[in-house]
Ligand binder design. Structure first.
Ligand SMILES: Nc1nc(=O)c2c([nH]1)NC[C@@H]1CN(c3ccc(C(=O)N[C@@H](CCC(=O)O)C(=O)O)cc3)C=[N+]21
Length: 307
């Protein structure tokens, strides 16, 4: 590749580190001026080892920015009624500012019902219908962490490498989940992008992707987006976190890859997020951002600005 204005790697890890540092300053201010220490409670049901790693990371990052962190681990055999009862207790506990119930939940529970039970003001995932609805109609609410973090990276990259705003860009989002695809579409629409949401039934997906100035991959399938699906000069945001087995020097080992074939896509892209160290660390940093935001809302204080 001779064109040095292409293939920039978006440093999500570094951006997230900076965001966490700025959050730590705001948390210290809130403590000093209001005597409030934001508290995040993470609830995990079952013993899925991958989930436990994320939960441990979340807890450590929460403490590192000066917030209080509690993790509640419940057995797989917990009933939905028991989980709803716990959520009601956390809703009523004034010391708790944010509640995150780790997904997916065991099959015998309805995640919609569980999320619906969380006080929307404490819903730091931004998954409650009230927060989803606010985002859809353009009211201030809590915005889901992964789309929020993705937007921050995208705005920064377009500013750095494109010189302008997102207005008028063609955005194609591959994936229509409530957690990433749909809220990402709302955020990009609010930025005056022309947004298309693609999914498993979309016809001519490759051709559609090739129209994208902004391509967001949130399908959950390793390397699903091939290099020749990326238009030259596009901004590529890879939301996928897929653990795959690869051959290492001493047998099989596990590795994390995205939904985009990074090596093949990079020469086409203006800028692209890697996996790991792209969107993932931003998800955690935005969770802390949302916890601080939630604590402010609950105390009738304005949301922190300039982060
Ligand atoms: N209610 C709920 N909210 C969530 O936000 C939520 C959830 N449930 N369930 C599980 C998924 C997964 N998730 C990740 C967050 C950060 C990284 C992350 O920081 N990954 C690093 C390391 C990846 C690695 O090496 O394993 C990276 O991408 O660089 C990964 C995964 C949040 N989730």
């Amino acid at each position: 590749m001779t064109d040095t204005s292409m293939g920039h790697i978006i440093d999500g890890f570094g951006y997230a580190k900076g965001l966490r540092e700025r959050l730590a300053v705001k948390v210290a201010e809130l403590k000093a001026t209001q005597g409030i220490t934001p508290c995040l409670v993470v609830v995990i049901v079952g013993e899925d080892p991958a989930s436990q790693i994320y939960v441990k990371n979340k807890g450590e990052s929460t403490i590192a920015v000066g917030m209080d962190s509690r993790t509640i681990t419940l057995p797989d055999t917990t009933t939905e009624a028991d989980l709803l009862k716990l959520i009601a207790e956390l809703n009523a506990d004034a010391a708790v500012n944010g509640i995150l119930v780790q997904l997916p939940l065991p099959k015998h529970m309805s995640s919609l019902k569980v999320i619906d039970a969380i006080d929307p003001l404490k819903d730091v995932d931004g998954f409650h219908v009230e927060n989803a609805g606010k985002l859809a109609v353009g009211l201030d609410g809590i915005v889901p962490c992964t789309p929020l973090g993705s937007l921050m990276l995208l705005k920064d990259a377009v500013k750095t490498y494109g010189g302008g705003s997102l207005a008028g860009m063609n955005a194609v989002i591959v994936g229509r989940s409530n957690i990433v695809g749909k809220p990402m579409a709302q955020l990009l629409l609010n930025q005056d992008c022309t947004v298309t949401i693609a999914h498993s039934k979309t016809k001519n997906l490759k051709e559609l992707c090739l129209t994208a100035d902004i391509l967001v991959a949130a399908v959950g399938r390793p390397k699903f987006i091939a290099g020749d699906w990326v238009k030259d000069g596009a901004y590529v945001i890879d939301v996928g976190i897929n653990r795959i087995e690869v051959d290492g020097p001493d047998g099989k080992k596990s590795k994390v890859v995205g939904d985009v074939d990074f090596d093949a896509a990079k020469p086409h892209a203006k800028a692209i997020t890697p996996v790991p160290r792209g969107v993932g660390p931003m998800t955690i940093a935005c969770l802390l951002n949302n916890t601080l935001h939630a604590a402010c809302l609950q105390h009738g204080l304005p949301a922190p600005e300039g982060l």
